[in-house]
Write a protein that binds this ligand. Structure first.
Ligand SMILES: [Zn+2]
Length: 139
């Protein structure tokens, strides 16, 4: 049976080849019949006819790509966040408050701080959903 490397996952921690459990991660492979199987790294390199070094390099390459893709996504999300109508509005209002010398206490009394917070939060929620990013993402 020939196997093709697909990637690494933490979701499955049991080797389907030898049955070892509590593995830190498994290697996902696709066989000739297009079935996905999950092997521990030792069984995976045997199945792939690779060396451990080859597997490590492939995993590293994959991780680098994932990180780069994530950075790109975050960059796009931040641009859209900063151009969101709510954020533009808040920034304009802050600038105006500064021009009018409204100090923090006055801003709070007028409910501006709360309003700005809500507008920003709403914008953030929209962007996170649009980009399918986790709630704890910092924009
Ligand atoms: Zn195994």
């Amino acid at each position: 049976m020939k196997y093709f490397y697909q990637g690494v996952t933490d979701d499955i921690t049991e080797c389907w080849q030898c049955g070892r459990t509590h593995l830190k991660s498994t290697v996902c492979l696709k066989d000739e019949n297009n079935n996905f199987v999950y092997f521990g790294s030792e069984c995976a390199v045997k199945a792939l006819k690779w060396t451990q070094k080859q597997l490590k390099e492939e995993i590293k390459r994959e991780q680098n790509k994932k990180e780069k893709d994530k950075e790109e996504l975050l960059k796009k999300a931040r641009i859209q966040y900063n151009n969101h109508p709510n954020i533009i509005k808040v920034n304009c209002e802050i600038a105006e408050a500064n021009r009018n010398n409204l100090i923090f206490i006055e801003r709070r009394e007028k409910g501006l701080i709360t309003k700005w917070k809500e507008l920003k939060l709403q914008a953030k929620k929209e962007i996170l959903i649009r980009f399918n990013l986790p709630n704890d993402t910092i924009l």
